[in-house]
Design a protein around this ligand. Structure first.
Ligand SMILES: *Cc1c(COP(=O)(O)O)cnc(C)c1O
Length: 368
């Protein structure tokens, strides 16, 4: 049996007619930049995620970059960020000229550990940038309380956690201004690059709108040095269709994760994902851990099962960040995760017989 790590074949077939119709409407509208579809998406996405405003952007990296920019964070400032995040989170901090200050994750949930934040706060710290990694909400109450105590701003990276909740409140609605991505493989994915900012602040939303459009509100009048990072009208039209499926597809992801949870128990040193109290998990990724990670990945590959590693090198050990001066051992939890984690196939359309095959193959590996 061949099971790729990810596949769009089920969802694409299901949506084909609706997508063709959305494309035709877009095509016939003769309005290709910041038209009705972007506006509709921004309203719908804000409503669905309990945020007052949504600003559609070109991608998730731009969303985080612009979020930090409109908060006025820049050169000389420090931003607290988990040591085990995807590189885009850290790049956004670098883009505004600020310095990323890494904090280790909780060793069980892999999310930013609130207990370890305070020791990293300095007079230069301006913001905390929690990442709802793999689809699990961070412990936002503690993070928000720390931010308030130390007068820090909060920017959530919600790229992997559409519709995740902390104490029933949706991620991307806690921070001052938050970024998300609709990269095709994300839980809500476009057919190309796309991203957005969510915020409850009218002022920040307006600043982001201006920034994404060359720093201009009135055509040919430029208030700030902005950029071009508009959500593409065509992608917005597609996202408007997909948005209607997000809740059902999130449940589908949770069901697949539950199957893995129940069928991968007590296998060697295998560690399954842990969900913290009050935090929901929308399983953008189902990440397991074992010291035999490389052998297991090879074994699964030999049996036709695709897996990926999220992520093999933590940001502080990337060549791009060697100027920060970190060496191996600086962030042991992030480094251990990089060496032992493995993501299993998890996507809408993954069939029960495929899931049985995956879990049985993993069982065979550990019993051999
Ligand atoms: C995907 C992702 C991003 C970046 O999104 P793009 O749309 O690919 O630019 C940022 N942060 C995290 C955690 C992500 O997973």
């Amino acid at each position: 049996m061949q099971i790729p790590f990810n596949s769009f074949s089920y969802t694409s077939k299901l949506l084909k007619a609706e997508m063709m119709q959305a494309f035709e409407q877009f095509f016939d509208s003769e309005y290709y930049i910041l038209g009705k579809s972007v506006q509709e998406f921004e309203q719908k996405y804000a409503a669905l995620t309990q945020a007052n405003h949504c600003v559609g952007l070109a991608n998730g990296l731009d969303a985080l970059h612009i979020a930090l920019k409109v908060l006025g964070i820049g050169s000389g400032d420090e931003v607290i960020v988990p040591s085990n995040t995807y590189i885009a989170t850290v790049l956004a901090i670098s883009y505004v000229g600020a310095t990323p200050v890494f904090v280790e994750p909780n060793s069980k949930t892999y999310n930013l550990n609130p207990e370890k934040i305070e020791e990293k706060i300095t007079p230069k710290t301006k913001a905390i940038l929690p990442v709802h990694l793999y689809g699990q909400a961070c412990e936002m109450e503690k993070i928000m309380a720390l931010a308030e105590k130390h007068h820090l701003l909060v920017v959530e990276d919600n790229a992997q956690a559409h519709l995740a909740t902390y104490k029933g409140k949706i991620t991307g609605s806690f921070g001052d201004i938050n970024g998300t991505s609709f990269y095709p493989t994300k839980n809500l994915g476009a057919f190309g690059d796309a991203g957005a900012i969510t915020t409850n602040s009218e002022v920040l939303a307006q600043k982001a709108r201006i920034f994404r459009n060359y720093g201009s509100e009135k055509r040919y009048y430029n208030e700030v040095i902005g950029t071009n990072s508009r959500l593409d009208e065509n992608q917005a039209a597609f996202l408007n269709v997909k948005l209607n499926y997000l809740e059902a597809w999130t449940k589908e992801r949770e069901k697949i994760a539950k199957f893995y949870d129940q069928n991968l128990l007590n296998l060697g040193d295998l560690v399954l994902p842990t969900t913290a109290q009050d935090c929901s998990h929308v399983y953008h990724l189902y990440v397991i851990k074992t010291k035999k990670r490389d052998e297991l990945q090879t074994y699964l590959n030999q049996h036709g099962i695709g897996t990926l590693i999220h992520y093999p090198i933590p940001p502080h050990l990337q060549q791009a960040y060697r100027h920060l001066g970190y060496t191996k051992g600086a962030f042991p939890i992030a480094e251990d995760l990089a060496e032992t984690c493995l993501s299993l196939p998890l996507y809408v359309g993954l069939q029960e017989n495929q899931l049985h095959y995956i879990t049985e193959t993993i069982q065979h590996f550990f019993h051999a």
